[in-house]
Design a protein around this ligand. Structure first.
Ligand code: BGC
Ligand code: NOJ
Length: 819
C-alpha cells in the first residue's frame, strides 16, 4: 500500500511542492549559485554564509537542537488575536493552507489563515551577495485587516565553530547599527573584519529589535517571543550577547487587497581605508548601492527572472523527452541541480554536514566535476587546476583543501591511495566536454615547491599521478591502500584502539602493507583515459608505456584479485584477502565489481558478467545493493572504521548509493539495460515518495546512504544532497543508460536501456552546437546502434562528429541487432 505523501513534483514549474510541514526530517533546498550561499528547509529553518560555511557564516543555526532545524528566516504574522508563521514553525499555529515550493536556487513558503495569505520567495540574485525575502500578502477575507508582520534573522559571529563554542569572548562583542529601516550587524568590524551584514526592509518600519533576549523574553523559545506576544517591537540595540535582526511592519489590507514588500540581507566588504564614515560608524555606501538595485518589487521580479533564466540555461545543455517520470525529473531538473549544489558546496553544509569540519575533498571535488562540467565548464577548469595545485612533487595529494586559501589541509595530510587518479578522470571529462586542450598546459605548481607553477603544468600532474600509484605497490603487485582508498572506512593500516581518534588519519602508513584492488582497477581506467589524451597529442611512446603498465596491473588483478566468481576487494596488512570467499564476514564488496567492469576486465571471458551476477545475488537489496556482505558484526582493528558501524549502516553494508552507480555503469557496459535501470530506480529518490515515512530524506535529491537489510530499520536514507552519488548518478543515467557521452572526437550515442523503452529524444548542447538526437528502439533491444543518420546522412559507428559552433544537428538513431 502506498504510504503518506508529503508533496509532489511539479516539473512544469521545475519545483518540488511540499504540502505538509511535518516532513519526516526537514526537507531542504539551497539558495545561491556561487559566493553567497544558504540552506532553507520547508519550515524556513536554515542559514547563510559567504563562500565558506565555517569561516564566514552570516546566519546562525543550532545543531542537534530540539526542536530540530532552527533558527531560520522567520516571518511572524499577527492578525486579530492570532499569531502564526507561513512556514508553520516556529509558532506552529495550525494553518488553513501551507505549502513550500523548492525550486532551483529559490524556495517559496506560503501559509494562509483566517483569510490572510502570506507567501515569501527566498532567493539569492545572480551576482549579488545578498538574499531576498520577497513577500506577497493578500487579504482573501471579507473584512479589512490590520496586520503586523515581524521579520527575524539571527546573526552568527562569522566563525561558526567559535560562535558555538567560545562564549566567554563572544557574549561580549556584538555590535549593531540601526539606520531607517536597515539593521547592520558589525561585530568585530571595529577591529580586523572588513565586512558587515545589512538587513533592510522595503517598508517604513514601526520598530525593530536586534537583541535576541529582548525579542524572545525570559523562558521563551522561537515559538513564543515576547515581542510577538506584545505585538510591539522593543527597539532593542544589541551590545554584546546575541545579535539578531527583526523589523516590525504594520499593514492595513482591504478585502481582496494584495501588498508586496521585501527584505534584503546583504553581505558587504569594505576596503581597509574606507571602513568608517566617523569613528566606529560603518561606511554604508556599498550597502545602499546594493539596495538601490533592489528597492522596488519590479527590481526584485527582474532579479528573480534572471535567476530563473540562469537555471533554464544551465539545464538546457542536456534535456530529454521520454515517457518515464523518473528520468524526466532527475535528468532534466533535479539531478543536474544537485550536481551544481555538490560542486558549490562539496561536503560542507547540509542537514548532515555542519559546514564546520572539512574543506573540499580531493577525490570528492574531482568526482563532482563529472556531473557538473557540462553546466559551467569554466568553473570546472579552475577547480581542476586548484586541485592539481594541492599535489606534492612526489605525487601525493592533499586529501582536502580550504576554498578560501586554496591550500591543502595539513591536519588531514596526504596518503589516500585513490586521490591522484581522480585528477586524470576529471581532466579527461573536462577535455571531452569542451575540446579545450589548453587545460593541459595550464600552470599548476606543487604545493610543497613554492614557485613551481612557473614550470609545471597540469599535464605534469597527470603523469605524476600515474607514477605515484605505480611506485607504491605491495606484495601482490597491487597499489598500497595507505590510509584508505575511495572507501574511507577501509583503514587497513590504522589499528586504532583509542576512542574518538580519526580512523582516516591515525595509524602508520609508512610500513603499511595493505593493498587495494579497487585502486588497481581505477589505475587501468585512468590509463585508458590518459592514453586517449596522449594519442590525440601524438605521444605514441607514452601510450605504449601506459598500456604496458595497465596490462601489468590487469595481470596482477587476474592473478590476485579474482576470487572465482567476483573481484576481491583488498589485501590487509597481513596480506590476507578482504572480500573473498575465504573471509568469515565481508566476503564480497560492491566497489570492485563495478570498477572491474568499468576497467573492462573479463568482458570477453565472462568474469565481468559473473562479477555483476554475484553482486546481485549477494548484495541485492530492495533499495539497491549493499556495500558488503555479510556485514561485519564486531570491531576489527585491522579493518578500521568499516567495522565500527553497526551492520547495515554506512560503509558496513548499507546501500551506499555512490558505488551503486558504478554497477549501473557496469551493467550498461555488458549490455544489460534492464538490470542497469532496475538498479538505478532502486536508489533513485524520486521513486521513494510513497515510502517517505521510512525513507525520510528528500525525494528530489540523492542520499549518500540507505540503511541495508542487516539494520533493524532498513530503508532509511541519510546524508542527502552532498554526496558523490549526485554526479555519478547523472553520469550513469545521462551518459550510460541514455548513452549520450562526450568523446574527444564527437558525441557518442550508445544507449543501454530496458527493452520496453521504445523511443526518446535528447537535446544536447555540446561544444557550441545543438544536437537533437532521436533514438528509436522498435525491436525492443537493450543496446546496439543499428543505424545512425546525421543531418539525414547515414554515418557509420555511433559517434556524431563535432559540428561548427552555432549549428543545429539532427541525429536519428535506430537501435537494433546489427545482423
Ligand atoms: C564516513 C565516510 C567519510 C569519512 C570521512 C566517515 O565517518 O563513514 O563516509 O568518507 O568519514 O569524512
Ligand atoms: C564520503 C566521502 O566524502 C568520500 O570521499 C568517500 O569516498 C565516501 N564517503 C566513501 O567512504
Amino acid at each position: 500500500m502506498p504510504g503518506k505523501r508529503y508533496g509532489y513534483f511539479d516539473n512544469k514549474a521545475k519545483e518540488y511542492c511540499i504540502t505538509r510541514p511535518d516532513t519526516p526530517i526537514p526537507w531542504i533546498n539551497y539558495l545561491g549559485c556561487q559566493d553567497y550561499l544558504g540552506l532553507i528547509s520547508n519550515t524556513a529553518g536554515g542559514y547563510s554564509f559567504y563562500r565558506d560555511a565555517c569561516l564566514r557564516r552570516l546566519l546562525r543555526y543550532h545543531y542537534n537542537a530540539i526542536p530540530k532545524d532552527n533558527p531560520g528566516r522567520y516571518i511572524y504574522v499577527c492578525d486579530g488575536k492570532k499569531t502564526w508563521n507561513p512556514s508553520f514553525k516556529p509558532v506552529k499555529t495550525k494553518l488553513d493552507d501551507y505549502k513550500c515550493r523548492h525550486g532551483l536556487g529559490y524556495s517559496v513558503i506560503e501559509g494562509a489563515l483566517d483569510g490572510l495569505r502570506v507567501s515569501t520567495t527566498y532567493f539569492v540574485p545572480i551576482d549579488i551577495n545578498a538574499e531576498i525575502w520577497s513577500l506577497t500578502i493578500k487579504n482573501e477575507g471579507r473584512k479589512s485587516k490590520d496586520v503586523d508582520l515581524f521579520s527575524y534573522a539571527e546573526f552568527c559571529l562569522y566563525n561558526a565553530v567559535d560562535d558555538s563554542t567560545n562564549f566567554q569572548r563572544n557574549w561580549n562583542i556584538a555590535e549593531m547599527e540601526i539606520e531607517g529601516s536597515a539593521i547592520f550587524h558589525k561585530t568585530e568590524y571595529r577591529e580586523r573584519r572588513n565586512h558587515y551584514v545589512g538587513f533592510w526592509c522595503s517598508e517604513k518600519i514601526a520598530g525593530f529589535d536586534t537583541m535576541r533576549d529582548v525579542f524572545l523574553g525570559k523562558l521563551n523559545d522561537y515559538g513564543s517571543p515576547d515581542v510577538i506576544k506584545n505585538r510591539k517591537a522593543a527597539n532593542s540595540v544589541a551590545h554584546s550577547w546575541q545579535p539578531v535582526g527583526s523589523h516590525q511592519v504594520k499593514l492595513s489590507l482591504k478585502p481582496g487587497q494584495t501588498k508586496r514588500l521585501h527584505f534584503v540581507l546583504g553581505y558587504i566588504e569594505n576596503p581597509q581605508d574606507e571602513k568608517f564614515v566617523s569613528p566606529g560608524v560603518i561606511n554604508k555606501k556599498r550597502f545602499y548601492d546594493m539596495i538601490a538595485g533592489l528597492k522596488t518589487s519590479a527590481q526584485i521580479d527582474k532579479e528573480f527572472k534572471k535567476l530563473k533564466k540562469f537555471w533554464a540555461d544551465a539545464l538546457s545543455n542536456y534535456q530529454v523527452t521520454i515517457d518515464n517520470e523518473h528520468v524526466d525529473r532527475m535528468v532534466n531538473i533535479w539531478n543536474q541541480y544537485q550536481c551544481m549544489v555538490t560542486f558549490n558546496l562539496s561536503r560542507s553544509a547540509s542537514s548532515f554536514e555542519t559546514g564546520m569540519s572539512r574543506g573540499l575533498g580531493f577525490r570528492d571535488s574531482n568526482q563532482d566535476i563529472l556531473g557538473f562540467v557540462h553546466i559551467v565548464p569554466q568553473r570546472a577548469k579552475q577547480r581542476i587546476i586548484d586541485l592539481a595545485s594541492t599535489q606534492n612533487h612526489d605525487g601525493s595529494c592533499y586529501h582536502q583543501y580550504q576554498p578560501l586559501t586554496k591550500k591543502g589541509n595539513d591536519a588531514v595530510g596526504t596518503g589516500f591511495s585513490d586521490d591522484p587518479l581522480w585528477l586524470i578522470v576529471s581532466t579527461s571529462a573536462y577535455i571531452k566536454e569542451t575540446g579545450d586542450w589548453t587545460i593541459l598546459d595550464a600552470p599548476a605548481g606543487y604545493q610543497d615547491v613554492p614557485g613551481s607553477d612557473k614550470n609545471t603544468t597540469l599535464m605534469d600532474h597527470l603523469h605524476l599521478s600515474m607514477k605515484h600509484v605505480l611506485e607504491l605497490r605491495g606484495s601482490h603487485g597491487l597499489p598500497l591502500i595507505q590510509h584508505a582508498d575511495w572507501n574511507d572506512c577501509l583503514n587497513l593500516n590504522c589499528f586504532s584502539k583509542n576512542p574518538g581518534e580519526s580512523f582516516q588519519i591515525s595509524g602508520d602508513i609508512e610500513g603499511g602493507k595493505a593493498e587495494s584492488v579497487m585502486v588497481a582497477q581505477l589505475f587501468i581506467y585512468s590509463a585508458k583515459e590518459l592514453n586517449a589524451i596522449l594519442e590525440h597529442l601524438g605521444q605514441k611512446d607514452k601510450v605504449k608505456e601506459y598500456t604496458r603498465q595497465a596490462d601489468e596491473m590487469r595481470s596482477a588483478i587476474l592473478k590476485n584479485g579474482w576470487d572465482g566468481k567476483w573481484f576481491i576487494r583488498a589485501y590487509d596488512h597481513f596480506e590476507k584477502p578482504i572480500g573473498s570467499k575465504v573471509c568469515d564476514e565481508g566476503k564480497i564488496f560492491i566497489e570492485t565489481q563495478g570498477w572491474g567492469v568499468m576497467a573492462e576486465i573479463g568482458i570477453e571471458d565472462g568474469k565481468a558478467i559473473a562479477a555483476l551476477d554475484s553482486a546481485w545475488q549477494y548484495l541485492g537489496d530492495t533499495n539497491g545493493m549493499v556495500l558488503n556482505q555479510p556485514a561485519y558484526t564486531y570491531y576489527r582493528d585491522h579493518l578500521g572504521e568499516i567495522t565500527s558501524y553497526p551492520p547495515g549502516y554506512k560503509e558496513n553494508a548499507s546501500i551506499f548509493c555512490h558505488n551503486n552507480t558504478w554497477v549501473v555503469i557496469g551493467e550498461t557496459i555488458v549490455g544489460r539495460g534492464d538490470k542497469a535501470w532496475d538498479l538505478y530506480t532502486r536508489i533513485c529518490p524520486s521513486t521513494k515518495e510513497d515510502k517517505a515515512d521510512t525513507y525520510k530524506c528528500e525525494p528530489y535529491c540523492f542520499a549518500q546512504t540507505i540503511s541495508g537489510h542487516d539494520s533493524p530499520l532498513p530503508g532509511e536514507a541519510k546524508n542527502s544532497w552532498l554526496t558523490g552519488t549526485a554526479s555519478w548518478s547523472f553520469t550513469a543515467l545521462a551518459q550510460y543508460i541514455l548513452g549520450i557521452r562526450p568523446e574527444h572526437d564527437g558525441l557518442r550515442v550508445d544507449p543501454c536501456i530496458p527493452p520496453d523503452w521504445k523511443k526518446f529524444t535528447i537535446t544536447r548542447k555540446f561544444r557550441g552546437a545543438t544536437y537533437n538526437i532521436k533514438v528509436s528502439n522498435p525491436d525492443g533491444v537493450m543496446k546496439g546502434v543499428k543505424k545512425m543518420l546525421v543531418n539525414g546522412k547515414q554515418t557509420p559507428g555511433n559517434i556524431v562528429p563535432i559540428f561548427k559552433e552555432g549549428s543545429t544537428v539532427k541525429v536519428e538513431v535506430l537501435l537494433g541487432n546489427s545482423k
